[in-house]
Design a protein around this ligand. Structure first.
Ligand SMILES: Cc1cc2nc3c(=O)[nH]c(=O)nc-3n(C[C@H](O)[C@H](O)[C@H](O)COP(=O)(O)OP(=O)(O)OC[C@H]3O[C@@H](n4cnc5c(N)ncnc54)[C@H](O)[C@@H]3O)c2cc1C
Length: 1024
C-alpha cells in the first residue's frame, strides 16, 4: 500500500496543474465514440429536463430569479442567513430595513411561476397585494418600499419576511427532525442519506451534542430501514468536523483518542442496523486524516461484516486520483466493501483563498472547471473498476457527468448509484429515468431547524449560482442545450492543460509588484515535524559585540539557555553612528532602484533561512510554529513591499506641473542615520520592517532589538549583510532601553527614530528627542491599544467565537492588535460566552515547538507577574468567567475570560491572554463605545454583524487605525492591511502601507528658471 506520506507529499498535494491535467487527459477516461454518444445523451437530458420542468424545483426557480449576481439576491441571502438567529425585534427591523431598502424587489414580481419565488417576493414586497401599487411604486420602487415600511410598520414587515424565509426553509430541509424527514421521504418515495445540519463543533459540548444527534438519526433510520441493507435503504452522512472541535492534522493524537472512538460508536450503530454511513469530504487539509480514519474503521473487527461504511472523495482535488486509489486499496486490504461517493467538491473558493492567504506552494484543487470535470471522469472510471471492493456512488447534477458515468458503468457491467441534493436535480433525474436502468438515486437530505439551514443554503446557492455551475446554465433557457453540455476532454483540449489564466499562483497574487511570501503547510505532518526538529535542535547563538560582558538569553518556554547577548557600549554606539554617517550618502545616492535589489535579496535570504528563523522565534520568543511561520513571512513581505516603494517613490526627481519657463521637481532622499527600536513580540517582523523601511528611503540604521530577543535580531542583521548590504549601513546595538535605547535617541547623530513598543516608552523617547539641541527629528511610534470588538445579535456565533479566540489568545495575547475587550449584546451574551469557554477548553497550551500548541508562554517572568497582578484585581473587582491551567515550567499564563462593567475598568493595555467582556444593551451602544473611545487609544477595532449600518456606527464611535469586519482583528498583511494606530496608539504613518516611507525621508524641491538661459525652447518650438 502507498504510504500516507506519499499522499501528503507537497508535490502531490500542490501538484503542478499542467502536469496533473496532462496526466488526466492521458488516462483516456472515454473513447471518442463514447464521447459522442454521451454528449448526445446529455443534450437530450438537458432538453428533457427543461421540458419536464413545468414546475421547476424551488432552488432552480430561486436561482433563476434571485441570482447572487443581483443586488436583491445578495440582500435576500444576507437577510435570510441572519434573520432567524436574531432574537431582538429592534435588530431584526434594522436588518430588514437595510437589506430591503436598497434592493429592487418590484422588478422580480411575477417573473417566475414558482410558488416559492412569488411567495418570497410577495413576502418581501410586504404583502403588496393588500396595498395598491401606485404610480409612485412604478416610478421609484425602492422609495416606494421604504415608504411602505414606514406606513405599515416594521412588525408587519418582520412577519412577512420571516414567513417568506420560513417557506424557503420548508423547501430545503426534508424535516426539522429525523422522524419528520423519514415520514416525508416515505411519502415522496425517496431513498436518502440524511445530514444533520449545523456548523462544525467549536466545543466539546457541541461535539457531544452532534454525536447524540447522529446517533439518534442512525437509530431512527436503522429502525425504519428494516433490514433493507446499505444499498437499498436510507443512510446517514456525517461531518467529522461536527464531532470534534479539533479535527485537524496538527491534532492527530486527539483525533485518535477523541474523534475516532466517537466515529466508531456511530459506525457501530450503523453496522447494527446494516445501513450506509458516509463520512463527508471536507477541506483538503483534512483529506489524509479522513482516509486514515476510514482505514482504521475498515479494519476494525468490531464492525463485523458490515458493508455500509463510506467516504466522499472530491474530484476537484489534485490528489483525487490518489485518494480513490487509496480507498480502493483500503477496501481490498481490509476485506470490507466500502461505499464511495464521488463529488466534485463544495469548498472550491475557500480552498483557493486559504492557499493564497497561507502562501502555499500552489493550489490543492484544480483551477479550471473543465479539469475538475475531467478529474471526476478519471476517478469515476477508477471507482467503477474497483468494484466489487467498492460500491460507487456518483453525486452530481450535471447531465454530462451523469451520462458519462452511466456509460462507464454499463460498459463495465457494474451496479452504481447516483446521488443528488434535496431540492436540486429533480428534473434532471426525472429525465434520466430510462437511462439509468433502475440505478438508485439517493437524495442527500438536510435535517434540522431553519436557523441551522441557512448557512448551508447560502453555501449551496453560492456554489450553484456561480456561472461556472451546470445547474446555473441548465436553468437559463437562452443557453442552447449543446452549449449547456460541456465535454471536459474537449474543453481541456481547447483551453489547454494549464491553470486558469485569471487565477495566479499563491506566490503571484501581488503581480509584478512583489512576490507573496511562502508559507509552510503545517497540516502536512512532515513539514510540521521538520520545524519542530529545527526548534529542538537549535544550537546556542550569540548577539552583540564580541567584546563586553554577555548575558544568557533564556527561552520562555522552559527557561533553557539558548545563547548569549552583549550590550553595546557607549564607544561602540559612537563608532556605529560614525560608520553609518560615513556610508549613508553613497547609499542614498544609489537610488531607490538599486536599494530595492538589496531589499529583495534580503527577502529571499529570509525565506531561504525560514526554518532556522522560525526555530529561533520559537525558542527565544516562545512563538508557536504557526506564529513563527507568520513572523518570517511578514518580514519577507516588508522587504519586498518596501523594495517596491523604494523603486517607485525613490526612483529620482518627480516633475511637477507649473508655468512655462521653469522646471519644477520634487525628490525624496534619506534623512541620514535612523535609530530603529523594536519589541520582542515581533522580534523578526517588526525589527526587519523598521530597518527595511529606513534603508529603502536611503538611510543608514542603528537597530536596537528588545532585551528579550537579541538573537533573532542578530540573525536578521547578518542576513542583511549577506544579502549585499554594506555592513556600515546597518549596526546591531543590543541592550536595555534605559541604557542603550536612551543613548541612541539622545545621540546628536540620530536623524530620526522608528519605535514600536509601549505608550509610556514612546512618550519618554519623544521627550528625550524634544530635549535635544539641533534639528527636530521625526519620531515614528507604533504603540499599544485597548482594542475592542463589537458584536450584535445578527452575527453568527461560531464565526464570532473563532475570531474572538484567535484575536484574544493567539500569540498568547501578546500582539498590540490583540483583542482586549469584547462587547456583547445582552440578548446573546450568555450563549456566546458559553461557546467561548468551550472553545478555550479546546486550546492546547504548552511547548510552542509542538505543532499542536495553540498558546505558548508569555515572554518573561515580569510579564507574567504583571498579568498575575491584573488577575488579582479582576478577582477582586470583576468577575472571572473562565480560566485555563498553564504548564508550570517556563513563563506560561493560562488564558482568562473575565467580565468587567465597562471599558473604563481598564486604564491601560493588559498585554497577554486575558479577554474582558462587557455586556451592553443595543440602546446604549453610543455610551458604551464612547467609554472605549474615551480611553484615547485607536489601534484595532472589530465588528461582527450582518448590518452594514451597525459597522459604520461603531466605526464612527470608536476611532481606530485598523478596522476589521466579520473577521479576526489580528494578522494585518503587509501591503494589504497597512498597520498602525492613532491617538495613544501611534503617530503613523502605517507600516506596510503606501505612505510608510514618507517620514523616513526628506523632500527636496528644485525649481530651475530656464528663461534665465535665454528662453523656454519647448514653448518657442511649439508646433501647430
Ligand atoms: C449527494 C451529494 C453529496 C455531497 N457531498 C459532498 C461532500 O461530502 N463534500 C463536498 O465537498 N461536497 C459534497 N457535495 C457537493 C458537491 O461537491 C457539489 O454539489 C458539486 O460539486 C456539484 O457538482 P455537479 O456535478 O452537480 O456540478 P457542476 O456544476 O458540473 O460542477 C461544479 C463543481 O465544479 C467546481 N468548479 C467550479 N469552477 C471551478 C474552477 N474554476 N476550477 C476548478 N473547479 C471548479 C466547483 O467547485 C464544483 O465542485 C455533495 C453533493 C451531492 C449532490
Amino acid at each position: 500500500m502507498t504510504s500516507w506520506t506519499a499522499l501528503d507529499d507537497l508535490d502531490a498535494k500542490y501538484r503542478d496543474e499542467t502536469e496533473a491535467v496532462t496526466a488526466l487527459l492521458a488516462a483516456r477516461a472515454l473513447t471518442p465514440d463514447q464521447r459522442a454518444a454521451i454528449r448526445a445523451q446529455a443534450e437530450g437530458l438537458v432538453r428533457a429536463a427543461r421540458q419536464s420542468a413545468k414546475r421547476q424545483g424551488v432552488v432552480e426557480s430561486f436561482l433563476q430569479e434571485f441570482s447572487l449576481g443581483t443586488r436583491e439576491g445578495l440582500a435576500l441571502m444576507c437577510l435570510a442567513e441572519a434573520l432567524l438567529r436574531t432574537p431582538d425585534a429592534e435588530t431584526r427591523d434594522r436588518l430588514i430595513a437595510e437589506k430591503i431598502g436598497g434592493a429592487d424587489w418590484a422588478s422580480h414580481l411575477g417573473q417566475s411561476d414558482s410558488l416559492f419565488v412569488n411567495a418570497s417576493t410577495w413576502g418581501l414586497m410586504l404583502t403588496g397585494k393588500l396595498v395598491d401599487v401606485d404610480e409612485e411604486a412604478r416610478r421609484d420602487p425602492p422609495g416606494f418600499l421604504r415608504s411602505l415600511v414606514e406606513r405599515i410598520g416594521e412588525p408587519v414587515v418582520r412577519r412577512a419576511v420571516a414567513q417568506a424565509i420560513g417557506i424557503m426553509g420548508e423547501q430545503f430541509v426534508l424535516g426539522r427532525t429525523i422522524e419528520g424527514a423519514l415520514k416525508r421521504a416515505a411519502k415522496e418515495g425517496q431513498v436518502c442519506s440524511f445530514d444533520m445540519l449545523g456548523e462544525g463543533a467549536r466545543t466539546a459540548a457541541d461535539a457531544a451534542r452532534y454525536e447524540q444527534a447522529y446517533a439518534d438519526a442512525l437509530e431512527a433510520v436503522g429502525k425504519h430501514s428494516k433490514g433493507a441493507g446499505p444499498e437499498a435503504g436510507h443512510g446517514v452522512s456525517v461531518k467529522l468536523s461536527a464531532l470534534s472541535p479539533r479535527y485537524e492534522a496538527t491534532h492527530e493524537d486527539r483525533v485518535w483518542t477523541e474523534l475516532y472512538p466517537r466515529v466508531k460508536r456511530l459506525a457501530l450503530i450503523a453496522a447494527k442496523h446494516d445501513i450506509n454511513f458516509t463520512i463527508d469530504a471536507e477541506e483538503a487539509d483534512r483529506l489524509t486524516l479522513s482516509l486514515k480514519l476510514l482505514d482504521r474503521l475498515a479494519r476494525d473487527a468490531d464492525l463485523g461484516a458490515w458493508k455500509g461504511l463510506g467516504l466522499a472523495v472530491q474530484a476537484y482535488q489534485k490528489r483525487s486520483v490518489l485518494a480513490v486509489a487509496r480507498v480502493a486499496e483500503i477496501a481490498q486490504a481490509s476485506g470490507r466493501r466500502l461505499m464511495v461517493r464521488l463529488v466534485k467538491g463544495a469548498y472550491w473558493d475557500s480552498e483557493i483563498k486559504r492557499a493564497q492567504v497561507g502562501g502555499r506552494p500552489d493550489y490543492p484543487v484544480f483551477t479550471t472547471k473543465a479539469a475538475t470535470d475531467l478529474s471526476y471522469l478519471v476517478c469515476a472510471r477508477a471507482l467503477i473498476a474497483a468494484s466489487p471492493h467498492v460500491y460507487a456512488q456518483f453525486a452530481t447534477h450535471n447531465a454530462h457527468t451523469l451520462a458519462a458515468v452511466h456509460a462507464m458503468a454499463k460498459e463495465a457491467g457494474v451496479k452504481i448509484e447516483f446521488q443528488r441534493l434535496h431540492g436540486m436535480g429533480e428534473a434532471l433525474y426525472r429525465a434520466a429515468e430510462a437511462l439509468r436502468d433502475g440505478a438508485i438515486v439517493r437524495t442527500y437530505a438536510p435535517v434540522g431547524g431553519h436557523e441551522d439551514l441557512l448557512p448551508y443554503l447560502v453555501r449551496r446557492l453560492l456554489e450553484n449560482g456561480a456561472n461556472t455551475s451546470f445547474v446555473h446554465a441548465l436553468l437559463d433557457e437562452r443557453v442552447p442545450a449543446e452549449d449547456v453540455v460541456v465535454d471536459p476532454i474537449a474543453a481541456v483540449e481547447k483551453a489547454g492543460v494549464g491553470p486558469h489564466p485569471k487565477i495566479p499562483r499563491p506566490a503571484d497574487i501581488y503581480g509584478a509588484e512583489r512576490r507573496n511570501s511562502a508559507g509552510v503547510d503545517l497540516s502536512i505532518p512532515d513539514e510540521a515535524a521538520r520545524l519542530t526538529h529545527a526548534a529542538r535542535a537549535l544550537q546556542r547563538l550569540r548577539a552583540g559585540p564580541a567584546s563586553g560582558p554577555a548575558q544568557d538569553v533564556l527561552s520562555p518556554s522552559d527557561g533553557g539557555v539558548i545563547g548569549r547577548a552583549a550590550e553595546a557600549t557607549p564607544p561602540e554606539i559612537d563608532a556605529a553612528f560614525a560608520a553609518a554617517r560615513a556610508a549613508q550618502g553613497a547609499w542614498d545616492a544609489l537610488g531607490g532602484f538599486r536599494r530595492a535589489e538589496v531589499l529583495r535579496a534580503m527577502g529571499d535570504a529570509l525565506e531561504a533561512n525560514a526554518d532556522h528563523l522560525i526555530a529561533i522565534c520559537t525558542r527565544e520568543a516562545g512563538k508557536t510554529l504557526a506564529d513563527g511561520v507568520a513572523e518570517v513571512r511578514e518580514a519577507v513581505d516588508f522587504c519586498r513591499y518596501y523594495a517596491h516603494l523604494a523603486q517607485t517613490k525613490f526612483a529620482g526627481p518627480e516633475t511637477l506641473k507649473g508655468p512655462v519657463g521653469e522646471t519644477n521637481s520634487l525628490e525624496l532622499n534619506g534623512r541620514g542615520v535612523f535609530v530603529c527600536i523594536s519589541p520582542w513580540n515581533f522580534p523578526l517582523a517588526i525589527f526587519t520592517g523598521q530597518i527595511a523601511a529606513a534603508l529603502a528611503a536611503g538611510n543608514a540604521v542603528l537597530a536596537k532589538p528588545a532585551e528579550q530577543t537579541p538573537l533573532i535580531a542578530a540573525q536578521a542583521v547578518a542576513l542583511f549583510h549577506q544579502a549585499g548590504l554594506d555592513p556600515a549601513l546597518l549596526h546591531l546595538v543590543p541592550g536595555r532601553g534605559e541604557t542603550v535605547g536612551a543613548a541612541l535617541t539622545a545621540h546628536p547623530e540620530c536623524d530620526g527614530v522608528a519605535f514600536t513598543g509601549g505608550t509610556d516608552t514612546a512618550r519618554r523617547i519623544n521627550q528625550s528627542l524634544a530635549a535635544r539641541p539641533g534639528p527636530i527629528v521625526p519620531f515614528i511610534a507604533e504603540t499599544g491599544g485597548l482594542n475592542g470588538m463589537f458584536v450584535d445579535t445578527t452575527a453568527l456565533k461560531e464565526q464570532v467565537v473563532d475570531d474572538v479566540v484567535l484575536s484574544a489568545f493567539g500569540s498568547s495575547g501578546q500582539r498590540c492588535s490583540a483583542l482586549r475587550i469584547l462587547f456583547l449584546p445582552s440578548d446573546t451574551a450568555d450563549m456566546v460566552i458559553d461557546t467561548i469557554k468551550g472553545a478555550m477548553d479546546a486550546l492546547v497550551i504548552g511547548d510552542p515547538a509542538d505543532p499542536a500548541t495553540d498558546v505558548g508562554p508569555v515572554i518573561d517572568e515580569e510579564a507574567r507577574s504583571t498579568l498575575e497582578a491584573h488577575l488579582q484585581r479582576l478577582g477582586r473587582e470583576a468577575k472571572i468567567l473562565h480560566r485555563l491551567e498553564a504548564p508550570r515550567a517556563g513563563t506560561f499564563f493560562g488564558p482568562i475570560l473575565a467580565e468587567i462593567p465597562s471599558a473604563k475598568f481598564l486604564e491601560r493595555e493588559v498585554f497577554g491572554p486575558i479577554l474582558h467582556v462587557v455586556r451592553y444593551e443595543p440602546s446604549e451602544l453610543a455610551k458604551v463605545a464612547g467609554e472605549l473611545a474615551g480611553q484615547g487609544y485607536g489601534l484595532t477595532l472589530g465588528v461582527h454583524s450582518r448590518i452594514d449600518a451597525f459597522a459604520r456606527e461603531v466605526r464612527s464611535l470608536v476611532p481606530a487605525g485598523n478596522v476589521y469586519v466579520n473577521r479576526s482583528i489580528i494578522g494585518a498583511v503587509v501591503g494589504v492591511q497597512p498597520f498602525g494606530g492613532e491617538g495613544l496608539s501611534g503617530t503613523g504613518p502605517k507600516a506596510g502601507g503606501p505612505n510608510s516611507l514618507t517620514r523616513y525621508a526628506i523632500e527636496r524641491a528644485v525649481s530651475v528658471n530656464i528663461t534665465a538661459q535665454g528662453g523656454d525652447p519647448a514653448l518657442l518650438n511649439l508646433s501647430l
